[in-house]
Every structure is written in C-alpha cells, then in structure tokens.
Design a protein around this ligand. Structure first.
Ligand SMILES: C[S@@+](CC[C@H](N)C(=O)[O-])C[C@H]1O[C@@H](n2cnc3c(N)ncnc32)[C@H](O)[C@@H]1O
Length: 197
C-alpha cells in the first residue's frame, strides 16, 4: 500500500546509488538542466559542502566563473581549501552576512540554490534585491525540499526544512520574476527556474 502511494516518486530514485545523495539528487542531470554556456557566470547561494559547486565550476571552465556565498564560515573555508589544493581558478567562495550581496560589480547569468530557499531572510525582498546582480536574460534556479512526496519518502524531509512549491512561485512572482522552466524528476524537491518579468 505504502509503495503504491509513493509509486510516482519511487520511480525517480536511482537505486544503484540509493545509499548516497546521488541516488535522489540527480546532480549531473540538474546541472544539464541549467543549460549553462561555457563562459557563464554563476552565483551559488548557500553552497554548504560544495556538493554542486565544484561540478558547476567544472561545467563552465575555463572561461566561466562560479561565485559561492554562504553564511557558514567553516563551509566556505573548506571550499576555499579544496579550491587551493586542486587549483581551481574559476571558483570564488566567500562568506557574507546572509543578505547583502557584493559581487564587486560583476553580473551573473545564473543564480542557483539548493535547499537554501527556506533559510533565506524575507525572501521577497531578498530576491527583489538580487535582480541588480543578474545580467540581461539572467535566470534564477531554485531547488528546495517539499513535502509533496509519498509517505515513505517523507521521512527524508523535515517540516522545518522545506518550502511548498506554491509558496516559492508566489513569492518569486511578488519579487518580480516569472517562471520559465519547471523540472519534476527530483523525488524530494521542487526545481523551478525564473527570469525577471
Ligand atoms: C541544507 S544546506 C544546503 C547546502 C548545499 N546547497 C547543498 O545542497 O548541499 C543550507 C545551506 O544554506 C546556508 N545558508 C543559510 N542561510 C543562508 C543565507 N542567508 N544565504 C546563503 N546561504 C545560507 C547554510 O549555511 C547551509 O550551508
């Protein structure tokens, strides 16, 4: 019975990698879905351990750049350490205060965040301000946990660490963005891409 309830979302899991995040996160497919160009500039908000960050930098290398901003000093220090060790010239990780973004006048083509939306302060104001950092035609990709999965999968997601997709759509609309892409292959998360209206 439980399997039937969750059937649609269970088919979105990669069983060969089920014991790792790769089993449900589809990192490579997510990055493909962003349709990045070689020289794109990407801003990742809340990179954490850098699960997506290094793959993004590789995707747009050598001429594209990735900027990664997080409030967590230890997380950024770890990313910076790996950047230095592996000599990755196009990845720039910095600590920031969680609301004021300073890209030293650079504009980016894509802003990307995974499981960060629910952490952001006053999302509508936050994304309104982000518009000034987007290059013409720039896009914002938001992936966040939701609770719209089968009952069995719901054990993976805490009520406090998710955002209903409808809330993201409504808040981004209020912040002045229109939705231009929706992907539904992630079993635990919504994945939407927005552009300024
Ligand atoms: C659940 S983790 C996700 C990390 C990473 N995106 C991933 O998917 O592996 C949330 C991250 O958001 C960061 N964070 C919290 N508030 C933030 C803010 N206002 N701006 C940017 N990052 C923030 C946290 O420090 C943490 O690294």
């Amino acid at each position: 019975m439980l399997l039937l309830i969750s059937c649609a979302n269970f088919s979105k899991l990669q069983y060969s990698r089920i014991y790792k995040r790769d089993g449900w996160q589809w990192r490579d497919r997510v990055i493909e879905s962003l349709n990045l160009k070689k020289d794109d500039k990407v801003l990742e908000l809340g990179p954490g351990s850098g699960y997506f960050t290094f793959a993004l930098a590789e995707k747009v290398a050598p001429s594209g750049q990735v900027f990664a901003l997080d409030v967590d000093e230890k997380a950024i220090a770890k990313i910076q350490g790996r950047v230095a060790e592996e000599k990755i010239p196009n990845l720039h990780a910095s600590v920031y205060d969680g609301s004021l973004i300073d890209l030293k006048g650079q504009k980016v083509n894509v802003i990307f965040s995974v499981n960060v939306y629910h952490h952001l302060p006053e999302q509508i104001k936050y994304f309104e301000k982000l518009k000034s950092h987007l290059a013409p035609g720039g896009r914002i990709a938001v992936i966040d946990h939701h609770l719209e999965m089968g009952m069995v999968l719901r054990i993976f997601v805490s009520k406090d660490h998710q955002t209903p997709p409808e809330t993201i759509r409504n808040e981004m609309d209020a912040a002045g963005y229109k939705i231009v892409q929706t992907e539904d292959y992630l079993p635990l998360q919504s994945f939407m891409v927005f552009e300024a209206k």
